[in-house]
Design a protein around this ligand. Structure first.
Ligand code: ADP
Ligand code: MG
Ligand code: ZN
Length: 477
């Protein structure tokens, strides 16, 4: 039994999906040529003034509303001063003493238990540029395309007690951001990134222990691994009677370890002060109410509606609403064919399996939701066998296509017509008199042999239920 309790608080940076940067009209497009999207403002030329992108305030406030924060009608931008080659102004415009949102929370579920994680604050800020180090050219380069791209930083309370809770919290935040349509949630491209503060304390102790801040995890798996490693490292230190030091540590994905980047002594004094180039952000109360009314249905509410409206069980409703594209796909299919439970079974089985196996998301699925509904219907109505339906599903998920046309082209139509099948069954029995004799003598297991023969003669198109019924009748007579 572990003697120490893990305490985790997360700082999440989410890139907002605006077309232009936060204080200038440069494009936020990802992957353009280095320094293609740069102007006097975002490259920090003297004598120019920032102009706030109103969309940024709207998106940040909507996130605040979605996680039950108080949204401050007046907030203030501040300068965070530090020197780094990718920060041309020598300061980052952020918010400090008066952030936009405070005192929110999200409810997460781990091992069937619901837990509330507090959100300390959400503030707006600009992103920095990117340094590119080339050993081949023995030089470093700076790309300012990302400089001035709008971010929100979401700071949690130290409420999480293990890596699973941290990951559940992150997934929940990301789902909300994607539901709101304000962030694409792409961890690999850095539009959703997190720093994890991790400390230990003896069970029963109220005071928090000394924390390390972990950086450089760009997937949920990395977050889980980095925290696990860090907990083991700190446990070993404490058990040896040593103490943890407050520092920033970098996660190394290839080794699964963390190593010190900078200690507390080297920690920055950011000398925050209100940015004199920007007036306080003032939001009219009715504007905030309008934004509140524009909020889409969020994961929790959608889950409740899926249970009530479609009669789905809790597990299915939770899974189908966890990601908005999956929920949207399901609802579009239900709109095409009003059999939510049948469609949900295929979503939970085939659809999620295919997503896992192919590593693709619901938006990569090439099969239109209406085609999916028609395919499931072909199976449920007995036109094609379940086996053929599943094969077709996989093909259509990856390549698209029309279910009826594919069934026709591949000759998959199931034969359920009794008269047609009767001829085949009679033929099979006549061709295998010895087996028929043995069956009648009590070896009823031989029915499988006969079904196999019928399937071979019909190229797998015979309806197994009808075949079984016919065989039972004919063989016992
Ligand atoms: P800083 O800005 O220096 O990183 P903050 O006080 O703003 O420090 O805390 C940042 C994050 O660290 C928050 O998410 C908070 O919950 C978390 N945190 C603070 N103290 C601890 C601790 N002892 N253990 C784990 N997390 C902590
Ligand atoms: Mg920090
Ligand atoms: Zn610019």
């Amino acid at each position: 039994m572990a003697r120490y309790e893990t305490v985790i608080g997360l700082e999440v940076h989410a890139q907002l999906r605006t077309a232009s940067k936060i204080f200038c009209s440069c494009s936020t497009a990802f992957g353009d040529e280095p320094n293609a999207n740069v102007c006097e403002v975002c490259s920090g030329m003297p004598g120019v003034l920032p102009v706030l992108n109103a969309r940024v305030v709207e998106y940040a406030a909507k996130m605040g509303l979605a996680v039950d924060c108080r949204v401050n009608l007046t907030s203030v931008f501040a300068r965070k001063n530090y020197f780094y080659p990718d920060l041309p102004k020598g300061y980052q415009i952020s918010q400090f003493e008066q952030p936009l949102c405070e005192h929110g929370h999200v409810d997460i579920e781990v091992d069937g238990r619901v837990k509330r994680v507090g959100i300390t604050r959400i503030h707006m800020e600009e992103d920095a540029g990117k340094s590119i180090h080339s050993s081949a050219e023995n030089a470093s380069f700076v790309d300012l395309n990302r400089t001035g791209v709008p971010l929100i930083e979401i700071v949690s309370e130290p409420d999480m007690r293990g890596p699973e809770e941290a990951v559940a919290y992150l997934k929940s935040l990301r789902n909300i951001l994607v539901y709101l349509g304000i962030c694409d949630g792409n961890m690999e491209e850095g539009s959703f990134r997190c720093d994890a503060n991790v400390s230990l304390r003896p069970f029963g102790q109220e005071e928090y222990g000394i924390r390390a801040e972990l950086k450089n995890m760009n997937s949920f798996r990395h977050v889980q691994k980095a925290i696990e490693y860090e907990v083991a490292r700190q446990t070993a230190l404490l058990e040896d009677g040593e103490s943890v030091i407050q520092e920033t540590r970098l996660y190394d994905a290839s080794k699964g370890t963390t190593h010190s980047m900078r200690g507390k002594e080297e920690a920055h004094d950011y000398r925050y002060f209100p940015d004199p180039d920007l007036v306080p952000v003032v939001i009219a109360a009715d504007r905030l109410e309008q934004w509140r009314s524009e909020l889409p249905e969020l994961p929790k509410a959608k889950m409740a509606r899926f249970m009530e409206g479609y009669g789905l069980g809790e597990a299915d409703a939770a899974r189908l609403t966890a990601e908005r594209p999956v929920a949207d796909y399901f609802e579009a299919a239900v709109a095409a064919w009003n059999e939510p439970k049948k469609l949900s079974n295929w979503m939970m089985g085939e659809f999620l399996r295919e997503m896992n196996q192919s590593g693709k998301g619901a938006t990569d699925c090439r099969m239109a939701p209406e085609s999916f509904a028609r395919l499931v219907r072909l199976v449920e109505e007995g036109t094609i066998s379940a086996k053929n339906g599943k094969d077709l599903f996989q093909e259509m998920f990856l390549n698209g296509g029309d279910p009826e046309e594919l069934v026709k082209a591949k000759g998959l139509t199931q034969i359920s017509d009794t008269t047609a099948l009767e001829t085949v069954v009679d033929g099979v029995i006549a061709a295998n008199p010895k087996e028929a004799e043995a069956y009648r003598g009590g070896k009823t297991k031989l029915v499988a042999f006969f079904v196999g023969q019928v399937m071979r003669r019909t190229k797998g198109q015979a309806n197994p239920a009808v075949v079984n019924e016919l065989l039972a009748k004919k063989l016992s007579s």
